[in-house]
Design a protein around this ligand. Structure first.
Ligand code: GDP
Ligand code: MG
Ligand code: ZN
Length: 298
């Protein structure tokens, strides 16, 4: 079997679409049960005689992984080799800022950069939004868009240029609409046609990666009702929150968990109005969740 390398651009449980180096897209299945390629993976694969599907024989070393815990508490990988998380929120449905915090915690630990998009500005402009201002103060780019009116789409395109970005966030915030606005009708249609080749065989698209005209890739992901990163070491929890990580250096105890310890600089930061109370609460929730999952991990 002659070997090629390619990038996984869509997954349908155990079947995937792989883009070869020359741009051709092939369907593929996976050799054995141990290999678990995800969208964004670089894989080694080869054609199978007498079959349209190719066979993936190897998943190449990943630069990072976007994860969430599965019910047994171990990590499920949602995407790999991602440069940037685009955390999408909207005027409606109302943002859950705790989910945004947890995606940011994932980005900090992957590591990957992160940007926040506030979509549907045509419905309600996010004027004087305390949460968005706090994210901008932490150094995260905040981009206000309207996928339907086109506002902010240029700026978003600049933010995405020449890197691999995954759109994440609640269902209905406009992730797919924004990607449509970025790619234009034509590119979307091409993606649809390539899919129609064997429609019916696999229906649930987990994630799909699409190339941007000017360079770079975007991954559309299905909406979530909730999200938390899978954490392998408790120190990653505080590492996930930039301002908590920074303040922690000034806590009285080096191993301060920022719960009830005296001389906690993080708690002091909240009292002084330098750290949002919600961010500390977010950190504490993720700490508790991670501890609980750790206890159940077997
Ligand atoms: N008013 C308005 N509606 C939008 C905008 N973007 C998306 N929508 C609508 O919001 C709904 C959900 O959009 P979709 O892209 O499927 O969201 P996704 O679940 O995050 O992929 C659809 O009915 C879209 O037409 C926007 O900028 N303004
Ligand atoms: Mg969608
Ligand atoms: Zn502390």
């Amino acid at each position: 079997m002659s070997e090629s390398s390619g990038t996984v651009i869509a997954t349908f449980s155990r079947r995937m679409d792989v883009r070869l180096a020359d741009g051709e897209i092939v369907g593929a299945r996976i050799k054995g049960k141990k290999l678990k390629p995800v969208c964004g993976d670089s894989v080694t694969l080869g054609p199978l005689p007498g079959e349209p599907d190719w066979l993936i024989t190897r998943v190449n070393q990943r630069s990072n992984e976007l994860t969430r815990p599965n019910i047994r508490g171990s990590a499920e990988v949602l995407a790999a080799n991602v440069d940037q998380l685009v955390l999408t929120v909207a005027a409606v449905p109302a943002p859950d800022w705790f989910i945004v915090d947890r995606y940011l915690a994932a980005a900090e630990n992957m590591p990957a950069s992160a940007a926040i998009v506030f979509n549907k500005s045509d419905i309600k402009a996010p004027d004087d939004n305390e949460e968005l201002r706090a994210f901008a103060d932490l150094g995260y780019p905040v981009i206000v868009t309207s996928a339907s009116e086109g506002d902010g789409v240029e700026r978003l395109a600049t933010q995405l240029a020449d890197r691999v970005s995954i759109f994440v966030g609640q269902s209905g915030v406009g992730k797919s609409s924004l990607i449509n606005a970025l790619l234009g009708e034509e590119a979307q249609k091409i993606a649809e046609i390539s899919r129609k080749l064997d429609e019916g065989k696999h229906t649930t698209v987990n994630s799909r990666m699409l190339p941007l005209a000017g360079g770079g890739e975007v991954i559309d992901s299905p909406g979530v009702r909730d999200y938390a990163p899978s954490i392998s070491d408790m120190s990653e929890v505080a590492h996930g929150f930039r301002e908590i990580r920074a303040a922690a250096a000034h806590c009285r105890f080096a191993n301060c968990r920022h719960l009830k310890e005296p001389g906690c600089a993080v708690k002091q930061g909240v009292e002084d109005g330098e750290i949002l109370a919600r961010r500390l609460e977010s950190y504490r929730r993720l700490l508790r969740l991670t501890e609980r999952l750790g206890e159940n991990r077997y």
